[in-house]
Design a protein around this ligand. Structure first.
Ligand code: ADP
Ligand code: MG
Length: 236
């Protein structure tokens, strides 16, 4: 199938005291192109580990991870880098923008990694800044932008080279509720416009209104629906 598919994925860590931490414990999940899926779960339930696995940043101990039918759990480090660079857009709670560079330079970063000149990358990134509503700030240093604006730059940066899978780890965690709604709405629109498979890790109760499906991860195990006390969850 196209999109992301996890089959009985297991990832354990050895903790400091010799205990095994079952971070991801038999998770099966499929996200097709054009689907936006929210993943809730208490702190430490394995959400970030699941995103790292889907990004090919670590290999599962058991089970398989496929993207467009291709195994990504056991790629060489070069193949894994190319998978992330060309197929995956990553969005983080704390944006991870490059300070001292403009919004448009940040948005074009992945293109430069692929050998484009700065001018070419900026030309290609401008329409994305337009799309996320930031064209009038394109040449501002990101240091001067608000949190909501920074997340929009980060979304433009994630999408600039046409990835097929977007992995977002608590992208509204640093935003107020109005900016969170705007960001969630933008992600949903972009997901449908560009037929992206989107996995959104979130603690934001508003997200349920923007997504196609909701899951909860608890002790590394997935269940359908929202099954966590969001008021009690600390952002991680
Ligand atoms: P979440 O993102 O839901 O907070 P994580 O995926 O970060 O959860 O962590 C899941 C569990 O795995 C936690 O118990 C955490 O302490 C543990 N863990 C995460 N990364 C490591 C690591 N590199 N080494 C050992 N334990 C880890
Ligand atoms: Mg996390």
């Amino acid at each position: 199938m196209t999109g992301l598919e996890l089959r009985e994925v297991v990832k354990h860590y050895a903790s400091g005291d010799g205990e095994i931490v079952r971070a991801v414990d038999g998770v099966s999940l499929a996200i097709k192109p054009g689907e936006l899926v929210a993943l809730y779960g208490p702190s430490g339930s394995g959400k970030t580990t699941l995103l790292l696995l889907a990004a090919g940043l670590m290999a599962p101990d058991a089970g398989s991870i496929l993207f467009d039918g291709r195994q990504i759990g056991n790629l060489s480090s070069r193949e894994s880098t190319l998978y992330r660079r060309h197929k995956v857009g990553l969005i983080f709670q704390s944006f991870h923008l490059t300070p001292g560079a403009s919004a448009v330079e940040n948005a074009g970063l992945k293109l430069q990694a692929d050998g484009w000149t700065m001018a070419e990358a900026c030309d290609a990134a401008r329409p994305w800044l337009e799309r996320v509503g930031l064209i009038e700030r394109a040449d501002y240093l990101v240091d001067r932008l608000s949190m909501g604006e920074c997340q929009r730059v980060a979304i433009a940066r994630a999408l600039v080279n046409g990835p097929r899978l977007v992995l977002a780890d608590e992208p509204t965690g640093n935003l107020d509720s109005k900016r969170s709604r705007e960001t969630l709405g933008l992600l949903a629109e972009l997901c449908h416009e560009h037929e992206l498979a989107v996995l959104l890790v979130t603690h934001d109760p508003q997200a349920t209104g923007f997504v196609d499906r909701v899951y909860t991860l608890r002790d590394g195990q997935l269940s359908d629906g929202l099954d966590v006390d969001l008021a009690a969850v600390v952002n991680t």
